[in-house]
Design a protein around this ligand. Sequence first.
Ligand code: HEM
Ligand SMILES: *[C@@H]1O[C@H](CO)[C@@H](O)[C@H](O)[C@H]1NC(C)=O
Ligand SMILES: *[C@@H]1O[C@H](CO)[C@@H](O)[C@H](O)[C@H]1NC(C)=O
Length: 852
Amino acid sequence: MAPLWSVYVLLTALVLLQNFKAHADDDKPLGSPFVQRAVREAIELVDKAYKETRVSQKQQLSKRSLKPSDLLRFFKHPVATTRVAVRSAEYMENTLRLIQQHVHRVHKRSLNATDLLTAADLDTIARVTGCLAIRQPPICKDDCFTDRYRTFTSVCNNRRKPRLGSSHTPFTRWLPPHYEDGFSLPLGWTPGRQVSRFPLPLVRDVSNKILRTRNEDVVNDLEVTHLFMQWGQWIDHDMSLSPHSGSIQTFNDGIDCERTCVQRNPCFPIRIPRGDTRIKNQRICLPFIRSAPACGSGELGSLFGDVNTRQQMNVLTSFIDVNEVYGSTDCLANKLRNLTNELGLLAVNEEFSDNGREYLPFNTISSNLCGRMGESCFTNENSTPCFIAGDVRVNEQLGVLTFHTVFLREHNRLARELKKMNPHWSGDTTYQEARKILGAFQQIINHRDYVPLVIGDEATMKYLSPYEGYDESIDPGIANVVATAAFRFGHLSIQPKLFRVDENYQEHPQFKSLDLHQAFFTPWRLIKEGGVDPLMRGLLGRPAKLQRQDKMLPDELREKLFELTAHLGMDLGSLNMQRSRDHGLPGYNAWRRFCGLSAPRNQGQLSSILRNRDLARRLIDLYRTPENIDVWLGAISEPFEAGGRVGPLLACLIGQQFKNLRDGDRFWWENDGVFSGSQRQALQKISMSRIICDNTRIEFLPRNAFKFRQYPQGYVHCSDIPKVDLSAWREDAQVTPCGSVPVVKHAHFSICKSSVRYTCESRFELVGGDTITCLSNGQWNQEPPGCVDPQSTGHHNIRIKVIQGGKGGCVPKGPNGKCIQSASQNDVEKVQLNEKNVKIKNAILSGKTSNG
Ligand code: HEM
Ligand SMILES: *[C@@H]1O[C@H](CO)[C@@H](O)[C@H](O)[C@H]1NC(C)=O
Ligand SMILES: *[C@@H]1O[C@H](CO)[C@@H](O)[C@H](O)[C@H]1NC(C)=O
């Protein structure tokens, strides 16, 4: 065995040497045979599980009836870019696990994997798994034009640590994770295993005993509208999405997570307690797939930092940048645009319209680039395809879909207005400027109108005192505890119904309000049942659910989540708590201490914090100690802060997060140089009500869309709601110090500081440098370029391409050779690096084959 093995290594080394002679200096020798074997085994395991998952996904999606868990998986399943990143992390994690198991077997004692690995070994593993490529720091450009707008991935927002807040990076940890085995297994993994000297209760047991609320017992919150709830989910979908593992079956033996109570990575099924409120058969489990691991964040010093402990990945950019409209990858962003003209629009539905207003496009545009899983959709007889948007959860329920639709319309409305004022702008400039304005709207409405109503007066003063400028040292990443627990506070304000009302804010005569479970994944209802307006009025004109200590989560969400047919519905409360254990979140008291709050040691102290003896008793009955209470549950149990909708712990966690998102965002709307003074003035007029007025047929509504008023008291006409005057965006081509901008036929241009950049209309090609700069002597530094028709002149394409490439400009592709997206140098390097890794990987794998 051993000799054979070394022959194989030798062979592989030879292959590698041959393949990479050119890179001999930067290719460190591959690690020990032992490490290699582990990597190879891990890659095979993961690839096999992925492949089998793919096959079974296909089968299930083609079936007519879907299980609720299919729906959750639909948006949690990693696709495209996410899949690449997740797969690398899974290779890495499985490699370390295999090494660990082996060591355990041989040495009969528990050692953690990294103790046995040299830095070079780790480097090898990272390289072969692809984690190294993912972690390579990108190079940030700083010319005026490329640095003017956010990147889609938000990479380079922070110029010192370019990945901070960007998509597909690990969540930020505010406290170290707490795993059962110290680095990877969820708390509560081993039944009966003690944490803080007590075993953890089953999450479903907690849900039954603490959260359970009958739909009809729900109490209304007469202060805030149901739209206040919907904004919460909307802003959450701007901040975080944690993907599942790419496999839905166990890695070593291929057991399907959906059909088993077997607990083995990545399956972490939710077990049913005795005397369950709904499920009588205790041998059934509610399916739960662990979130995918992420390649180490590397921000902790050494190359791989804390390589040992499992991190989770945020698929989205953390920044408040409306990524749910635009996408968090270049690929998706392009797919969502209308690139057939120079109008700067987002693509819209070409089959249906809402009384002349736009709908989102269907998710049917075929594209191999962006992956395939996400494009299939749930169809049955009277359904339409699903919609596509910048976030995969767009179809999850009709309320969030309504928001997506209205914000798409707002982008296009802005783009049309801007283009009217600035006909010299290219489609790209128009699109980016509209995107930038919509981003500011989102930040203003969120931080000025929404967050204070959530965290209350005191926390608002503490965390959102007036803006003092950008601080590069702040990590704008979404904290794991915020995505996994704190910001899920909003689940407690969801009504069991989605209301649909008419012009008089009365129950809609034709399209009655829906039980929430009838609104999950039913995009066809938007098109076939009255469009956006009845739903939007329902959000505006009806109160949110009130979070009360005795009326927590209605059955719609606890027994019927994603229940479309007679299948086993999911339980949102159980999911939240199981997820926090999966992510290794420390318990309630750890977070109380983190926030400088008292940590209750017993039932008496807990009951004085909660101001509720009965609840404290029931919590202690389950958890035995306040230390162990799942942080989401403990936090939502606290009474509200004055003027807010959460208790002190959540006010701290949510306040801190929104402060980081403001002060750590280089493109924050108030930051110097992002907008001009007059633009900032204009932007402040925005309100959610205005956006609704401009993009629906609704004419009367509450002035503040978040504050509940009983119609018609306090309702105003749209003409009474201030508008944003866009004239501050008129670009004056006459006033550069060098005089007016030279006119180039068939070209668009855009001004950035003292430079002007030209792009040609489609069909025309640029000759000369695309950018001219006004020098201090009042002269342009060079002649403006020309736009020529290649058919009529027969100009040499080659020269043109070189010029474009050299400037890092556009790479022509897409319809009619259109300039859709320039691949940055980073992308190119990343691809090259990836290709190299694939080669190394293939070499290792083929080495095995040649070995028998
Ligand atoms: C009808 C409305 C809603 C439904 C059906 C819904 C459903 C869900 C589901 C199924 C998950 C994934 C659970 C898991 O497996 O971990 C989730 C995650 C989440 N929800 Fe909701 N939710 C709704 C509204 C809200 C609201 C109002 C908020 C906040 C105010 C919110 C915040 C979040 C957050 C932060 C996550 C974690 C996202 C991630 O990082 O993956 N949700 N929600
Ligand atoms: C790994 O081992 C080292 C020393 O043996 C220890 O200090 C460290 O805490 C361990 N890490 C984990 C995550 O168990
Ligand atoms: C693109 O814009 C043009 C002009 O407004 C429109 O006719 C066309 O339907 C749009 N295409 C898509 C896919 O939105």
